[in-house]
Structure formats: C-alpha cells, structure tokens
Design a protein around this ligand. Structure first.
Ligand code: CA
Length: 246
C-alpha cells in the first residue's frame, strides 16, 4: 500500500497565535491533528505535547511490527500517557492551568486497514468513490443535540456554542478516545482537520476542493486553508490530506 500526504496549519485571520499542531510520519502512515485550548502559549504547548507523545510512539510501535488489536491498544495507552503529561504540566505551571487539546489520529495499517482515534472536535473524513463522509463523531454539546434530533448538522455548524467540548485531553484524569477502524481502498482520500476548517466550510465545499484535479496534494491542503480564510478565518486552520494510491 502506497500513499502521499500534505499538511498545512495556518493562524487564520483573527487569532494572534496558532494553537493547532499537526504531525505526519509519511513513511509509516501516522497522521495527527491536535487543536489546543487554554490561550496562546498554553494551548500551543498542549497540542504540541500530545502530537509529540502519540505520533512518534505509534510510529515506533509500527516499526516494531505491532499491528491489529495490539496497535489499537498501544495507541490508546499513548493517548492516556499524553493526557497525564498535559495534566501534570498544567499542574506545575500555573500560567498553563486549564490548557487542553483535541486529538485526531489516523494510522494506515500494514494490513491495509485504517485506524482513527479521536477526542474532541477535530475531524476525520473519508472521500471514497465520490462519497464524502465524516468518520469521526465530535465530542461537543451541539453534536449531542444533533444525535437527539434537536439540531441539524448545518445548524450545529453555525451554532454559537459549537465550540463547547464534552471531551478533551488535559481536562480529566482519564480520557476516553473513540476508535474507528475499517479497510483501506486504493484511491481513498483521508482528511484530518481542526474546527477552524470544518467550522468555516460546509462538507460539500470541502468535498469539492478535495475532488479538484491538481498538480499535487499540497495544492489541495493549501486550497482548503485558503478557502477557510476566505470564509472568514475566524479560528486557526489545519488540514492534513492523505491519498492512497492505486
Ligand atoms: Ca479550534
């Protein structure tokens, strides 16, 4: 299985600093988007800590030949470890108190499967055979209302409370990440993004950009970020695009 990838993170048009982080190990197929919170510096630290713990940890496990259920378990452990690291740093540095981060992890497995693990509202999407779908489910108050049928997904996107998370790393002693696993097909395009992208663009707009014929994937990642900025750029914007080759 071969793939290519591109990523871009941008401060947006309103924020002073960029609290988003992305990680990519293109060789082993490990990709992360983390969206920090807690204010400039603190949020940045939280997202970077989590990406630095989980990303290289999963890469090492793959290098050691770990796969299947064991890899799923190992990466959940790494997420727990990252959660504890953020908590203890916030405990020892008062100016970082209250910092936290989302995490969306994608692993392309040697056995031709994908693994998404996610906490918070950064998203994993899949474009397969012209069908674009959100694989992950947001841990937000508005998503709970969508699940209950009280809001449509479009109303949720524009809702003033859309950023209120029900789960994040760095907020509680234990963190529960959701796991999504399935087979990988040739031609699959995966997108990991922070809410600065998915909050500014509709799924239809994102799909249109992902489907454009381009020179390369960096053009796609750039076009996504540019479109979110053109739509207002109200938050930090991060997009990682991974395309599985035929
Ligand atoms: Ca954000």
């Amino acid at each position: 299985m071969k793939w290519e990838y591109a990523g871009r993170s941008d401060v947006g048009k309103v924020r002073q600093g960029n609290e988003d982080t992305f990680f990519a190990d293109g060789e082993r197929g490990v990709f992360i988007v983390a969206d920090g919170m807690g204010g400039h510096v603190a949020g940045e630290v939280a997202s970077q800590m989590v990406a630095d713990t989980v990303g290289p940890g999963v890469s090492r496990a793959l290098q050691d030949g770990v796969g299947g259920k064991e890899l799923t378990r190992r990466s959940l452990e790494l997420i727990e470890e990252a959660n504890r690291a953020v908590l203890s740093r916030a405990d020892s540095e008062p100016e970082k108190r209250g910092m936290g981060t989302t995490l969306t992890l994608l692993v392309l497995l040697p056995e031709s499967g994908y693994l998404f693990q996610q906490v918070g509202d950064s998203r994993g999407y899949l474009l397969r055979d012209g069908e674009f779908s959100q694989v992950t489910r947001d841990h937000t108050v508005v998503q709970q209302q969508v699940d209950r049928g009280a809001l449509t997904p479009e109303q949720a996107r524009d809702h003033p409370l859309s950023h209120i998370l029900t789960r994040a790393l760095g907020t509680e002693l234990n963190v529960e990440a959701d796991t999504y696993e399935d087979v990988v097909r040739p031609g699959d395009t995966y997108l990991l993004c922070s809410d600065g992208l998915s909050g500014m663009l509709t799924d239809t707009a994102i799909q249109e950009i992902l489907s454009r014929p381009t020179e390369g994937l960096q053009d796609v990642a750039d076009a996504l970020v540019d479109a979110a900025n053109e739509a207002g750029g109200l938050d930090n914007i991060t997009a990682v695009v991974v395309k599985v080759l035929d």
